[in-house]
Design a protein around this ligand. Structure first.
Ligand code: FES
Length: 176
């Protein structure tokens, strides 16, 4: 592992001592996700206070890149507003660890790197979808989710997320 230039000292260090590793009991948002290519999986836990992420942790099993990216992601989003986190882009995370090149060079490794971000986006959008209380904001959320996932690699997740928002939208319309 250490002979591969991907594995910088920072990545190795994070993989040995991940940040914010652990579980939050009764977290406001929890999301499990797995990498279909290797079977590794993580759980992400978020607490929300005053529309900000007051606490975040993750646990599970993944390679060094997955652990490092999950660690850095939790460090970057702690204390941020939900609206800011919704807009958080994969390049911001990848560049923090010098991994931007993976988008072009390694379709396999990019799934390791973005596993926790995928869990985060899905968790946040599901939270918004559950909380929204009018049809207009539901429609906007659906549009946002569709645009977000058009620009991400995880296209199979796109459909389930947009479907979730559509279902909630429909339920709300039927109640009105
Ligand atoms: Fe499983 Fe990277 S090899 S997450």
């Amino acid at each position: 592992m250490s002979g591969d230039p991907i594995y910088t000292e920072m990545i190795i260090e994070y993989s040995r001592n991940p940040s914010n590793y652990g579980k939050i009991e009764n977290a406001h948002i929890t999301r499990h996700d797995s990498n279909p290519l290797c079977g590794d999986s993580i759980d992400l836990y978020l607490n929300i206070d005053d529309k900000k992420i007051s606490d975040v942790k993750f646990d599970g099993k993944g390679c060094a890149i997955c652990m490092a990216c999950s660690s850095v992601l939790t460090e970057m989003i702690k204390g941020k507003s939900l609206e800011d986190v919704k807009k958080f882009e994969k390049d911001e995370l990848l560049s923090e660890l010098g991994l931007e090149h993976l988008i072009k060079t390694s379709p396999v490794r990019i799934k390791c790197a973005l596993l926790s971000l995928k869990a985060l986006k899905y968790g946040i959008y599901s939270y918004f979808a559950e909380k929204m209380n009018d049809v207009e904001s539901a429609g906007n959320l659906k549009e946002e989710a569709a645009n977000l996932y058009r620009s991400e690699e995880h296209t199979s997740e796109l459909q389930s997320l947009v479907n979730l928002v559509c279902r909630l939208l429909l339920e709300k319309k039927n109640k009105q």
